[in-house]
Design a protein around this ligand. Structure first.
Ligand code: XMP
Length: 329
């Protein structure tokens, strides 16, 4: 099942005002957010400006790793000096380069490192989690992924992970399922992992609306990671492009040919697309809309906070899905 296969069931509510609903949540074992929103570590989604705006709105950005180690560490360092006390989060890879990146980021005080690989249920990821936990000079929370099965969650937890990044092949620009046939639809994937998870779970990929976010949280995810919803905003890295009188920005998959070419990587194992998307203006407007939508969902679920948010769902047919969208116009 995925998000379009289900709808949430309204429950008795005593929520007096949607504005007072508490959206605080866990992102990892030791850290919390004021709202359950995380900007994806993609090079057309989260650079310095996005880190700042996500923090101001109560979420967090995960700084992408498509840049030299020193530049990434410098960016986090700068972010921590302006935004004093803010939660900082950045992506790393695996192997020797990943270790160097982890040391540089830990030494500038990064709170959370995300081991950012396409197939997170991998020996290299497990070794990297163990190495980070045993060898980093300061304590840092480690989130790892992406994973899609309960066995992966069990194995990563056994290695000492502090949070799980969940979802394979469901992202708006992903071609993994087409190229390889692998991946699990998001709702089924989350349910499987949540049946065994002992650390916070971040639902990643395929989230198009605040309704999808509300469904992911209803299944039990602690927070969500967003790519396409935040790409195309003023704060997303990249220039504004003018075409036929309209404004756009580029959005590209981390495993797309464009990303590999731009960053001088081998042009093999392409598992993502790239495109231009309409320019959306400041990200604050987008985030406010999403936050309002989640608060409204809490009201339908009779929840004054995400701790009380446990709506059930029903499966819907294609006719049910059509009914749930504006269908007069
Ligand atoms: P949305 O749907 O929010 O998805 O745009 C963002 C997530 O998609 C993943 N991602 C990729 N997956 N090939 C993939 O199979 C890619 O090139 C790619 N780039 C990003 C990633 O998990 C991200 O957070």
């Amino acid at each position: 099942l995925t998000y379009d296969d289900i709808q949430l069931v309204p429950k008795f509510s005593n929520v007096s005002s949607r504005t007072n609903v508490d959206l605080s949540c866990k992102i990892s074992k030791n850290y919390e957010l004021a709202v359950p929103l995380v900007a994806s570590c993609m090079d057309t989604v989260c650079g310095y400006d996005m880190l700042v705006s996500m923090n101001k709105m109560g979420g967090v950005g995960c700084l992408h790793r498509f840049m030299p180690i020193e530049e990434q560490a410098r960016t986090i360092s700068k972010f921590r000096k302006e935004q004093w006390g803010a939660l900082s989060m950045a992506a790393i890879g695996v192997g020797e380069e990943g270790k160097k990146r982890a040391i540089a980021l830990a030494s500038v005080g990064t709170h959370i490192l995300v081991i950012d690989v396409a197939h997170g249920h991998h020996e290299n990821v497990i070794n990297m989690i163990k190495w980070c936990k045993e060898s980093l000079p300061v304590k840092v929370d480690i989130i790892a992924g992406n994973i899609a099965t309960s066995q992966a969650a069990v194995d990563l937890q056994e290695a000492g992970v502090d949070g799980l990044r969940v979802g394979i092949g469901g992202g708006s620009l992903c071609t993994t399922r087409i190229q390889t046939g692998f991946g699990i639809p998001n709702v089924t994937c989350l349910e499987d992992i949540l049946s065994v998870s002992e650390v916070p779970v971040m639902a990643d990929g395929g989230i198009r609306t605040s309704g999808d976010i509300s469904k992911a949280l209803a299944i039990g995810a602690d927070c969500v990671m967003l790519g396409s919803l935040l790409a195309g905003t003023q704060e997303a890295p990249g220039k504004i492009i003018e075409k036929n009188g309209s404004l756009y920005k580029r959005y590209r998959g981390s495993a797309s040919l464009e990303t590999k070419t731009v960053h001088g990587q081998a042009e093999r194992n392409v598992e993502g697309e790239s495109t231009i998307i309409p320019f959306k203006g400041g990200v604050k407007f987008i985030l406010s809309g999403l936050i309002d939508g989640i608060k409204s969902a809490c009201s339908y679920a009779g929840a004054n906070s995400l701790d009380e948010y446990y709506p059930e769902y029903v499966r819907v047919t294609n006719a049910g899905l059509t009914e749930g969208k504006p269908h007069l116009l």
